[in-house]
Ligand binder design. Structure first.
Ligand SMILES: Cc1ncc(COP(=O)(O)O)c(C=O)c1O
Length: 392
């Protein structure tokens, strides 16, 4: 999109996905530019949760054995489809932290005590292994030279034959930059290490093909770009590893014969379900099934096309208003997260909120993130409002 096109006046022709906006009631009251914190609630998602509540009310536990059990496999299969994986490579988990913990508890650190992360990753990734330092785990944090991205070469330099895992992000949460996860997986494998990708900020807004990327583990979920809300994520485990790795934390959902209730022996599922622990939160499962209806109907490539152009529009408007967005140098490496450096971001976010704009603060920055339900007018409103804050 050209700058002139990006800066068209209010009321310009909308992009084709703007028709979904009416299904997200928050836009009747507010300008929502915070999908990277929490995706907006759509009517289909609300209806799906209501369906769960109706079942619970009318059938109680009897709904487990047909409908709810089927909902779990349905969700595994649909998560798999979004990232080009097989259903048997998907485990459900309640949070990224929990999913990553199960991986951390399955690795053998005897001759490879080192885990490599980057300074731009969401810190819950590093915390899994920092918590194990007293057991001999070494955590190496590769620093970002610019706060936007981490060069693959810098990661490669610290990965060696003592490295068990390289764990990093697909999209960095405080810059929106897209990391080359294929290159990361390749450099890990070249030294006999495994790779884990936190794709919470990418799956749903940026196409992901787990097999083509060659990663060993990948985790993402409902909260943000898959419009499923809190409490439901997935862990992708490459098929061969899903059959072979033995987690050292376990629960009955990981047991091959869960309903035998035999405490004498633990027989893992022969697929990624061995990484599952206890009873999942069904309301969250249903919310995610509802959110996925949007993602599947539109398709991630079409979403990416619209959000990439919205992102460029937002950056151009911010620059035109005198801000200096901190984003990747190349448009192709940008996702729909735009960081605006501000001296008091929390105050700026409050000022935005008073003007009906929902955004977020991260250290030193206001974070804005458009999705397919946003339109350029949202950017006009948000940037105008921020401009009045700067004068205060
Ligand atoms: C990239 C990324 N990973 C992980 C998390 C949080 O994960 P958890 O599900 O453990 O709260 C966030 C933010 O919520 C995130 O942006």
């Amino acid at each position: 999109m050209t700058l002139a096109g990006g800066l068209a006046a209010r009321g310009q022709a909308q992009h084709p996905l703007a028709r979904y906006r009416s299904e997200f009631p928050i836009f009747r009251e507010r300008v929502y530019l915070n999908t990277c914190s929490l995706g907006a609630l759509g009517e289909r998602t609300r209806r799906k949760v209501a369906e769960f509540l109706d079942l619970w009310q009318s059938r109680g536990a009897s709904a487990w054995y047909d409908v709810w059990w089927a909902a779990l496999s349905d969700l595994r299969a649909r998560y798999a489809a979004v990232i080009g994986a097989a259903p048997a490579e998907i485990a459900l988990a309640p949070s990224i932290s929990a999913a990553v913990s199960t991986v951390a508890a399955a690795l053998d650190y005897t001759t490879r005590p080192k885990v490599v992360v980057t300074s731009l990753d969401f810190p819950t990734i590093a915390y899994q292994w920092l918590a194990k330092v007293r057991r001999g785990i070494e955590v190496v944090v590769v620093e970002s030279p610019d706060g936007v991205t981490v060069p693959v070469d810098a990661i490669a330099r610290v990965v060696d034959d003592r490295t068990a895992l390289v764990a990093t992000s697909h999209v960095y949460f405080t810059s929106g930059a897209i990391q080359d996860i294929r290159a990361v997986a390749a450099l890990a494998h070249a030294r006999g290490a495994l790779s884990l990708v936190d794709a919470y900020q990418s799956v749903g807004q940026v196409p992901v093909d787990a097999h083509a990327a060659g990663v060993d583990f990948l985790t993402a979920g409902g909260l943000k770009w898959l419009l499923g809300g809190t409490g439901i994520v997935f862990l992708y485990v490459r098929e061969e590893l899903a059959r072979r790795l033995e987690p050292t934390i376990a629960g009955w959902f990981g047991h091959r014969q869960q309903f035998a209730f035999d405490p004498h022996a633990l027989e893992f599922h022969d697929d990624a379900r061995r990484f599952e622990l206890g009873t999942p939160a069904l309301a969250a499962i249903y919310a995610q099934l509802g959110g996925l209806e949007y993602i599947e109907e539109i398709g991630v490539p079409a979403i990416r096309q619209v959000t990439a152009s919205l992102t460029e529009d937002l950056i151009a408007r911010a620059r035109a208003a005198g801000f200096a967005p901190k984003v990747a140098a190349e448009a192709a490496a940008r996702s729909a997260i735009v960081m605006l450096p501000m001296s008091d971001p929390a105050a700026a976010v409050r000022h935005l909120a008073e003007g009906g704009v929902v955004a977020d603060a991260r250290p030193g920055h206001v974070r804005l993130s458009p999705f397919f339900y946003n339109v350029q007018d949202d950017h006009v409103t948000a940037i105008d409002r921020l401009t009045t804050h700067r004068g205060h």
